[in-house]
Design a binder for this molecule. Structure first.
Ligand SMILES: [Cu+2]
Length: 161
């Protein structure tokens, strides 16, 4: 009985198009993985989100903006070392070379969420709309987590932004 229910569930998922969408996204050239965001503590109104963006080609593209319903302002930031001090700098846009994966991670590129409408708790889902120079916008869900998801854990340096 369980097995039948499982098979039926899969069939309904297939009907609803859930299995179709990722394939379509990949076919169009740009693919997003391992999206996550940090929880907030106390009255903190800012947080950061991270993800992998792969450009399967054929052409170069660029991430030019990110929007989210949970934050009044969203910016692309990179973290650069100024002597021993890590500083965040806004990025106008980020080039996505064909055939390459760009990593957003603590201590590097990140999506800065500013003016949060509500606190972010572990397990929450943060909707992000990624806007590209050429590719149509992509809707992505970042899960709020204390640690990067397994796929992103290899390069985690322990930095906070
Ligand atoms: Cu930042």
């Amino acid at each position: 009985m369980l097995r039948i229910a499982f098979a039926l569930g899969l069939f309904l998922l297939w009907l609803s198009g859930v299995f179709v969408t990722p394939t379509m996204v990949m076919a169009a050239g740009i693919h997003v993985d391992a999206a996550w965001a940090r929880p907030t503590f106390g009255n903190q109104k800012t947080s950061a989100a991270y993800l992998f963006i792969s450009n399967a080609g054929p052409g170069e593209d660029a991430l030019i903006a990110v929007k989210s319903a949970v934050a009044r302002k969203v910016m692309l930031h990179s973290t650069v070392m100024d002597g021993n001090v890590a500083r965040m700098r806004p990025l106008e846009s980020l080039t996505l070379p064909a055939g390459k994966t760009i990593v957003f991670e603590p201590g590097g590129h990140h999506i800065m969420l500013m003016g949060l409408e509500a606190p972010l708790a572990v397990g929450d889902k943060v909707p992000l709309t990624l806007i590209f120079k050429n590719h149509p916008p992509l809707e992505v869900t970042a899960r709020v987590m204390l640690q990067p998801p397994p796929l992103a854990r290899g390069s985690f340096s322990g930095a906070s932004e």
